[in-house]
Design a binder for this molecule. Sequence first.
Ligand code: PHE
Length: 433
Amino acid sequence: MEVKRPEWTSHFSFIAATVGSAVGLGNIWRFPYIMGKNGGAVFLLTYLLLIAFICIIPLCCELTMGKIYKKDAINTFSAINPKYKWFGWLCIFTVTLIPCFYFVVGGWILNYIWVFLTGNLPDNFAVYFSNFSSQIFMPCFLTILFLILTAIFPYRGVNSGIEKANNIMMPAFTLFLFILAVFALTLPGAKDGLLFMFKPDFSQFDKTMILTALGQALFTLSIGMGTILTYGSYMKENTNILKSAYTLIICDTIIAISAGIMIFPIVFSFGVQPSAGATLAFISMPQMFSELPFASVFGLVFFILLFFASITSGISMMETTVAAFMDNLNISRKKSTILTVFIIGLISIPATLSFGVLKDFKLCDKTIFDFLDYTTSNLFLPFNTLIICLIAGWCIPYFWEKAFGKGFIGSIFNILLKFIVPFILICVLVSGI
Ligand code: PHE
């Protein structure tokens, strides 16, 4: 018996869910740190141009494929041509690997929520973080706890689980973020922070920065692994693709920029290096909070914010895998969720331990955590996005009309889809390898 495919109950739910998927650690943690490393304002300008004119294309492709075929990633590609089924599996492989490192960070977030909730703040967060992350039991337990908390939503299904979670968490998240950003603007380093973000220094411009910006853009928009395609397959018939895609891009970008406005004034006020990198959220930020009045409250709000952002992204990653297993292995949603939890759990444990007992175990000279992060973001995402554009542009007749509309804009986007975007993606891939 054919089960009716669920649909988002409203346009708001659809936008909240796609924004929930896009906005995550990529915006709050990765975006400010990559911008810090790549010269601030020039990076921001490049990123904005790329996101508005390049990334919009694969984003529309995934939404349109979801809307047309109303299937999970694997069945969509095999419906286009049975020869492409392998590519559907590659998308599912990619999206199943991402939570294996992403949820490790989720576990750390849970730990910091606990630290700020109890108010037992350590004196030195650098020492604290390295001691904590290198333990065996606690980090693994928290990674698995984060995994199970996330899995509750796909387990319960699209309308009662995923939709409710996003409708509540995304507005709450945005509100928290704006409050913290306004607070940061009252700090003494606010002016320097804003100048760093918005006053371009064109001498910093180079071509590797363009590629870094593009990689970040794909990761933050959740493009290249069938996630947006799966969420698009629950879309109502009358939804306008181009408008939805731009809404998603604008929301994601406003949130990334707000995260910068929250972080850089603090960074400049406390004399931290903007390029401090991965440690920014887990060492510098809490260290700064602990020196402010009401430390526990600000710290708690910040990590709850990170929790919301990461869980809604985590839900979308898991839902992509769950939907694919359900449809292709012919199992129920509940069984499929359990299988997904089992696979992610199995790989995320060694990734968690790669900060402690397994830190000397290297794959291609990288720890397990870094290997997963590097290969998914820098190899699989650009490669998968390239194939999506090639399939959409060259293998589905009149695809561009369905995705972008027939007018002048549609024809320009068609040229971007067929030639320009694939060329740029090939450049990213070559430099990544
Ligand atoms: N876009 C999410 C972020 O910025 C990450 C993500 C990747 C979500 C892949 C879903 C799928 O954190």
